[in-house]
Design a protein. Sequence first.
Length: 185
Amino acid sequence: MLNEQDMARLIERAAEGDSAAFSTLYQEHLAPIYRFVQYRVNNKEDAEDLTQTVFMKAWKSLPNMREGSVVFSSWLYTIARNTVIDYWKKKRNVRIDDEETFFAAVPDTRPIASTQVEIHDDVQVLKRAMSVLSAEQRTLVTLRFLEDRTTDEIAVAMKKNPAAIRAMQYRAIKALKEEMQTYES
C-alpha cells in the first residue's frame, strides 16, 4: 500500500506520460476496481474487459486530472461506475435490478455442509433484501461495506455531497433491516 506522498508522485509522473508510474498505480488499484465491476456485471470476461476499459480511460484522462482535486481511487471508482452504467445501457435486454443477473454466484469453498446451508440462506435473504434498494443505494452499500470506502470517497465517486451519502446510507440500512426482519418472521 502506497502512502499519500508516493501516490501523489506516481500520479504526477503518470500524468506526464510515465507508463511505469501508471503501471504501479494500475497494480495498486486493479483488484478493488475489478471487484467493483465484477459485482455489477456478474460475468468474469465482461468484468475483465470493463476493468481494462476503466484503466484505459484513466490513462487517457490522467493529464486532465487536476492535482489535489479528487482522491485518485475515488476518481477511478467514478470512471468504473460510469463504465458499468454504459455497459448496462448497451445491454438493454438485461435489467440491472434483476436479482439473478445482479448478484454473482460465488464458488462455495466452505467445508461444513450445515454452515453452508445457513450461510446460503442468509445470503439469499440478503439478496432479496437488497432488491428493495435503488441502484444508487446498492452502489453505495457495495462501496461502503464490500470495498470499505469512506463517505468522502463514495461522495466523489457518486457525484454527491457527503451529507447526502450519509443520509442515503442511513435509509439503505434501515430499508435492509426492515426487509430482513420480514424474512425472520
